[in-house]
Write a protein that binds this ligand. Structure first.
Ligand code: PLP
Length: 395
């Protein structure tokens, strides 16, 4: 019998990736499933990025180990990017390029947490935060945001969950799964509280250029020098540039923390893939018009899709402001169809209606479901029809 560590017994597989894998297996059997589980743009990576990566491979400049922190031009492009979009200055020694933002977070938790250290996690939260904190022997302190407060936690809530073991808070604005965005005033308040209590702000800003209908997201680090020094920003090219498969993310912030992340990565990954780094360089430093085209396309989809989801019996949903998800409360719909738990409802939707959503339990809100609008409008409309028919048949 093989032996598995106690550590692995404490975590579960990413429910979004697990549901996606189930759907892909069903699709491979020839079933026509509409997959609304995926957290990635359905756009192609732009040709300027492809060409840069191909050129880097063919000229042999991308095909060997790179510095662990990433090639210097890419780190410089990341620094320039933050200067350009947020007016915040960093040095290249404050950046580490990683295998996706996911790996930046993983490495960061390993570097900052001792056993028993607490991390404040506003819920609903992205599924991997809690598992990564557990892998670093940290303790998740979940702070439940209220739907009536647009799924944002308040300072009073944070303060009531703070202890002398609180080491960090994760802020994900715009959020996966709700698409909510904290205002500059709310961020400032939280930022100043974190500075006053020496709590590290982990700002996951991976969706901050995907915002819609006049809503704006800002980087918390832009609010003051003190807040900037208290913050490690996590970002990457996966979502903004439709490059999820390239696996390039980064962390930018306190030089000592970044330095330790580089030390750890020198033993875990050595460096992110060379060709991907050249692709990411072209993405960040090159033309940006296609980013705006994609943003507009998601905005149009959201405006088309939201009223359709609102019209599903038993779905209670508010309009998201960013990212590419809706997060309806579907408990009533589940109950109407005879399911006590939403996760059984979403499973039945996959198996019978051939529409895949992710049940909200992995995000800390078991009465909800996450719907990605990362397919075209025809499929979105067809998905809603299928769900309505399913409810009609089962109620
Ligand atoms: N952070 C959030 C909130 C996400 O939704 C994701 C991906 O789904 C990531 C981080 C990780 O992105 P990646 O590892 O593809 O860069």
């Amino acid at each position: 019998m093989v032996k598995i560590s106690e550590r692995m017994k404490k975590i579960s597989e990413s429910p979004t990736l697990a549901t996606s894998a189930k759907v892909n297996a069903m699709k491979a059997k020839g079933l026509d499933i509409i997959n609304l589980t995926v957290g990635e743009p359905d756009f192609d990576t732009h040709s300027s990025i492809l060409n840069a990566a191909v050129e880097a491979i063919q000229s042999n400049k991308a095909n060997h180990y790179t510095p662990t922190a990433g090639i210097l031009p890419l780190r410089q492009a990341i620094v320039d990017y933050h200067q350009k979009y947020d007016g915040v200055s960093y040095g290249v020694n404050q950046v580490i390029v990683t295998e996706g933002a996911k790996n930046a977070l993983y490495t960061l938790f390993q570097v900052i947490l001792n056993a028993g250290d607490e991390v404040l996690i506003p819920a609903p939260y992205w599924v991997s935060y809690t598992e990564q904190v557990k892998l670093a022997e940290g303790v998740n302190v979940i702070v439940e945001a209220k739907p009536e407060n647009e799924f944002k936690v308040t300072l009073a809530q944070l303060e009531s969950h703070r202890t002398d073991k609180t080491v960090a808070i994760i802020l994900n604005s715009p959020s996966n799964p709700t698409g909510t965005i904290y205002t500059p005033e709310e961020l400032k308040e939280i930022g100043e509280w974190a500075v006053a209590n020496n709590i590290l702000i982990i700002a996951d800003e991976i969706y901050y250029r995907l915002v819609y209908n006049g809503n704006k997201a800002i980087s918390i680090a832009s609010l003051s020098e003190e807040i900037k020094n208290q913050t490690v920003i996590i970002n990457g090219v996966s979502k903004t540039y439709a490059m999820t498969g390239w696996r390039i993310g980064y962390a930018i912030g306190n030089a000592e923390i970044i330095g330790k992340m580089v030390e750890l990565s020198s033993h875990s990954t050595s460096n992110p893939a060379g060709p991907s780094q050249y692709g990411a360089l072209a993405a960040l430093a090159g033309p940006q018009d296609f980013v705006e085209d994609m943003r507009k396309a998601y905005e149009e989809r959201l405006n088309f899709f939201f009223p359709l989801v609102q019209s599903i019996p038993g779905f209670k949903v508010s309009k998201s402001k960013g990212a590419f998800y809706l997060f309806p409360n579907v408990k009533e719909a589940a109950e109407m169809c005879g399911f006590a738990e939403v996760k059984d409802f979403t499973l039945a939707l996959i198996e019978e209606a051939h529409v895949a959503l992710v049940s909200g339990d992995g995000f800390g809100y078991p009465d909800y479901a996450r719907i990605s609008y990362t397919v075209n409008n025809d499929l979105l409309a067809e998905a809603v029809d299928r769900i309505k028919k399913f409810i009609e048949t089962h109620k």
